[in-house]
Design a binder for this molecule. Structure first.
Ligand SMILES: [Zn+2]
Length: 596
């Protein structure tokens, strides 16, 4: 009963607008999963935040004649707004630019150092002779020596997903002025992945059978093929978290090293804000605590190899540095259910070419639940998928409206009209009625099992299949006709359908939280299925930062079949979804690549 589940969602870089591919890749599945576990009565902690320090932000600040702080703050604000409107229930969505995160990251660095998993070495770093400074990897692009992709970053290829050795990059060029950079010596701290390899391999082998094949391939498979070598975790950069060692001024912790620590620091910050500073330990120190990391496939090596290495290597020393008395080891990832990519109308989504459906723009014209629906039935869980406006239009009208919305509307309207806004008294249920209710009840097991396994598409498909069963049941019993001959028969099938709808509301609520809440009220319930969301402003010596929070107080949803009783008062329903006109397909396609 007291099971604790950490839902860790990828940290968006605060340098670009969030598009539908980002949402379906990591943030939406995290929210659906978190909501499901909350309904199951588990203690969920869903955390993330803006990655404020990535060199993409300094690149953008340079390009816009702005500062990294202003760039990060602008995007962070828009993330909070989008996530609030999409109903993403982060217990805490914060940022890496907080004193708390600085402290936690520096302590984890020192824990690794104390345990002899860090060493210093000189490496070749890109240096720009024309600007007289070292260039972060992100400032340098070239051709990938593995797949031949021309726009590869010098540390990782976005096309094939492999981590790259900058020395081997073909035809390097500076993103700032296009000049050719050269590699020069500079001293850095390295994470000794070679020394940690046996522990990492053991960790991965224990999880091999339950993880998605692509994640296993890009972690265990790669290690067994190539082995692990030390990776530098500091950079010549002044925007970020200072290396907490004397004589290292002007160098920062590498953004990838510290951003993943955000899962831990955000949990700690959440405890502080909630008035229980040690609460985070229930998710990070209890041996049976589970931790799920929702990310896109481009982030697999960092979450399946490097972050576990950081956790394994810091051991109990992190707790000691945090001043705790009874020190424990930190909980390792249970699963890293990484998604593949979503393309747009057959082409790769690209912010720079404006080939994207941006979430804030989408929400100007449509509601969040149809977005959540389409992104779930089309979620790239095992292969790349495609956002197609024609398909969005059809899924909205043929499935959301026709299968589910209309079912709810005609049953509740009919009950309100003929039984004075009350759930009718059914009398004795017959075999057909009982069989429908049994099928829906079984759905709690089937859909629940899919949710536990993070098969969210399959879970939603099963819930919608059951909605189809209710429609078939109504076609057979046709209460709209039997009302004329037998009011009792009509009452029985309407009661049965309402009860099935009430159960389906629970099964669908992790996916469609806004409309399921409306339905909850039409069904005459007080209160809310889930808790509420809001923003708060937190202050520390780095300044103010706004956070998004989820408040579980008042949530009444439980993952169990309907207990609705005859006589319950109903509200006259309004349609749950809007039917779309086919003209939206051409309108939206003409908007692509044009509007912002
Ligand atoms: Zn490549």
């Amino acid at each position: 009963m007291d099971e604790t589940i950490l839902v860790a969602a990828a940290w968006p870089y605060a340098n670009a607008q969030i598009h539908v591919g980002n949402l379906t890749g990591a943030y939406l599945p995290a929210d659906i999963f978190a909501r499901f576990h909350r309904l199951k009565g588990r203690r969920v902690l869903m955390v993330s935040g803006s990655d404020a320090h990535g060199t993409p932000i300094t690149v953008r600040a340079d390009a816009e004649n702005s500062t990294p702080l202003d760039v990060y703050k602008g995007f962070h604000k828009s993330f909070l707004n989008i996530f609030l409107r999409c109903g993403l229930t982060y217990d805490l969505f914060t940022s890496t630019h907080t004193r708390n995160h600085f402290n936690v990251s520096q302590n984890l660095f020192l824990a690794l150092k104390g345990n002899n998993y860090l060493y210093t070495d000189s490496e070749q770093q890109w240096y720009s002779p024309s600007q007289s400074r070292f260039l972060p990897d992100r400032y340098v692009e070239g051709t990938c020596y593995i797949c031949g992709f021309e726009g590869a970053r010098s540390d990782q290829c976005d096309n094939c997903g492999n981590l790259l050795d900058p020395n081997l990059l073909i035809n390097p060029r500076s993103k700032i002025d296009g000049s050719s950079p050269e590699l020069r010596e500079t001293e850095h701290y390295y994470l000794d992945l070679g020394k940690l390899q046996p522990q990492i391999v053991e960790f991965l082998k224990e999880r091999e059978s339950s993880w998605r094949p692509n994640v296993v391939r890009q972690s265990l498979g790669q290690i067994l093929a190539d082995g692990l070598r030390g990776r530098p975790i500091t950079r010549d950069l002044d925007w970020g978290i200072p290396v907490p060692i004397d004589g290292w001024a002007g160098k920062c912790l590498y953004v990838w090293f510290e951003a993943v620590i955000g899962y831990l620091s955000a949990s700690i910050e959440w405890g502080k804000i909630s008035g229980d500073p040690l609460a985070w330990r229930d998710w990070w120190h209890k041996q049976d605590a589970k931790a799920y990391y929702f990310i896109g496939k481009d982030n697999i090596p960092f979450h399946a190899i490097i972050w576990p290495a950081q956790l394994l290597g810091s051991g109990k020393a992190f707790d000691q540095l945090m001043g705790l008395e009874d020190c424990e080891e930190l909980v390792l990832p249970t699963d890293v259910p990484s998604n593949e990519f979503m393309n747009l109308e057959g082409k790769k989504i690209s912010g720079s070419r404006n080939w994207a459906v941006y979430v804030n723009d989408f929400l100007e014209r449509y509601d969040p639940d149809p977005l959540r629906y389409y992104l779930t039935v089309n979620m790239p869980e095992s292969r790349d998928t495609d956002w197609d406006w024609e398909e969005f239009y059809k899924k909205n009208n043929d499935e959301l409206v026709a299968t589910w919305g209309n079912l709810v509307n005609r049953v509740l309207s009919f009950a309100c009209r003929h039984w004075d806004n009350q759930v009718p008294e059914p009398g004795l249920l017959n075999a057909e009625d009982l069989s429908l209710l049994a099928a829906v009840e079984q759905g709690f097991q089937v859909v629940g099992d899919e949710m536990e396994a993070v098969h969210l598409r399959a879970a939603l498909n099963e819930a919608m299949r059951l909605a189809g069963e209710v429609n078939r049941y109504l076609d057979q019993t046709s209460p709209w006709l039997t009302i004329k001959t037998s009011r009792q028969d009509a009452a029985r099938s309407i009661y049965t359908a309402i009860k099935a709808i009430d159960s389906l509301k629970t099964l669908l609520s992790p996916f469609l939280p806004f409309t399921c809440q409306n339905l909850h009220e039409y069904l005459g319930y007080q209160g809310t299925i889930f808790g509420t969301q809001g923003t708060e402003t937190i202050e520390d010596d780095l300044g103010e930062h706004e956070v998004l929070r989820y408040y579980p107080e008042g949530a009444s949803g439980i993952w169990e079949p309907s207990k609705l009783q005859p006589g319950q008062k109903l509200l006259t329903p309004k349609p749950l979804f809007k039917k779309l006109d086919s003209s939206i397909v051409t309108d939206e396609r003409s908007r692509l690549g044009v509007s912002n």
